[in-house]
Design a protein around this ligand. Structure first.
Ligand code: OSB
Ligand code: MG
Length: 381
């Protein structure tokens, strides 16, 4: 028998955040994160991270729901054969095609399988995703940082936090906003740092008739405002985009390449935040990048407070040439005191793309064991 999937393992890991992360949809103090390991019959392990949060606040997916859909549907589908095809990305995609939705759960599983398959071929994820432009792949990516709403809603707390990130070398600041915490925060940061790259993220907190609140931030030279309105409201985003000067960038709304095309056709967005977990995988994310690059639409790599596993794959993706804006690909230390992998460290505002095969990193066994709160395994039988 040629190489196939030998076993799939799930690990639920508890990762305390270095500071609470508050957005318009709620506050996270710890990252309750699901990791997937795919072990192959020839001894490779591939890894994927599920970016769903503990509760369905960003999208409908959440960790318990992802465990359920993986256990009941996704893992049985990929374990239905254990011949060499079981790792082939096109075959895996076809096996899962009949299961709708759950892009975060699918991304975690398919990334683990892709990582294992690439390790078997000694190929890096960045080279696989960027095969169409081998000479334009970068070996480091520019990094921004996403700054939550301070729990005390105090402007000085915000300025202290931003000052720390600027000292560390972050190249762009993103402020989380919501009605009541928007123009005053933006104005304070802009007045303190007149030249920094600055943008905002509302995570769907506004409505169509809040256009005056959004227009009030136009004087502060923002790169973009991310996802002001609900996910489904593409036409509303087009109305906002026409009414304000700040470019609109969609995050939650962009759930597939078809939605990306629709949003661009409607002028609902002029920049796209690419998150593989939201779209259903790294290949789908690459395809949206290719579409945007062809159309001259800038993209950047979003983040979901990933561990080193998800971060490694995101950094590989962000090395593609269309990622022209700094991503939410911050260093491990911005999130965690202890990461499950070797930490990603900021170097002059950049993270380095891992050089090893697959996603290029693996968990440190002792750390994974220490942080794991639950695990399960599945085999072909
Ligand atoms: O909307 O981009 C978002 C974190 C969790 C859920 C949604 C979002 C975010 C962030 C943080 O903004 C990005 C990061 O640093 O990982
Ligand atoms: Mg966002």
């Amino acid at each position: 028998m040629r190489t196939g999937i030998e076993q799939i393992r799930l690990y639920r890991v508890d990762m305390p955040l270095v500071r609470p992360f508050r957005t318009s949809f709620g506050t996270q103090t710890t990252r309750d994160v699901l990791l997937v390991e795919a072990r192959t019959s020839d001894g490779h392990s591939g890894w994927g991270e599920c970016v769903a949060m503990e509760w369905p606040g960003y999208s409908y997916e959440y960790v318990d729901g992802c465990v359920d859909v993986m256990t009941e549907h996704l893992i049985p589908a990929v374990l239905s054969t254990n011949d060499e095809r079981s790792l082939d990305p096109a075959f895996v995609h076809a096996q899962l095609a009949g299961i709708r939705g759950y892009p975060m759960a699918k991304t975690a599983l398919t990334t683990a399988l892709l990582d294992a398959w690439l390790r078997g071929r000694a190929e890096r994820l960045v080279d696989y995703l960027g095969a169409a432009y081998p000479n334009e792949l970068r070996d480091r990516v520019p990094c921004g940082v996403s700054v939550g709403i301070p729990p005390d809603e105090n402007i000085d707390s915000l300025l202290d936090e931003v000052a720390g990130y600027i000292d560390e070398g972050y190249l762009r600041i993103k402020l989380k906003i919501q009605p009541g915490w928007d123009v005053q925060a933006v104005r304070a940061v802009r007045e303190t740092w007149p030249k920094i790259l600055l943008q905002t993220d509302a995570n769907q907190a506004y409505r169509r008739d809040d256009v005056d609140l959004l227009r009030a931030m136009d004087p502060y030279d923002l790169l973009l405002v991310e996802q002001p309105l609900p996910e489904e409201d593409l036409v509303g985003h087009a109305m906002i985009a026409a009414a304000i000067d700040t470019p609109v960038c969609l995050d939650e709304s962009i759930t597939s390449i078809e939605v990306a095309e629709s949003a661009l056709a409607l002028n609902a967005t002029s920049i796209i935040n690419i998150k593989p977990g939201r779209i259903g995988g790294y290949v789908a994310a690459r395809d949206i990048h290719d579409l945007c690059r062809d159309r001259g639409v800038p993209v950047w790599c979003g983040g979901m407070l990933e561990t080193g596993i998800g971060r490694a794959a995101n950094v590989a993706l962000a090395a593609l040439p269309g990622f022209t804006l700094p991503g939410d690909t911050s260093a491990s230390g911005r999130y965690f005191g202890l990461d499950v992998t070797k930490p990603f460290v900021l170097d002059d505002g950049y993270l380095h793309v891992p050089q090893e095969a697959g996603i290029g990193v693996q968990p440190i066994a002792a750390v994974l064991e220490e942080l794991t709160t639950w695990s399960a395994f599945f085999r072909h039988d």
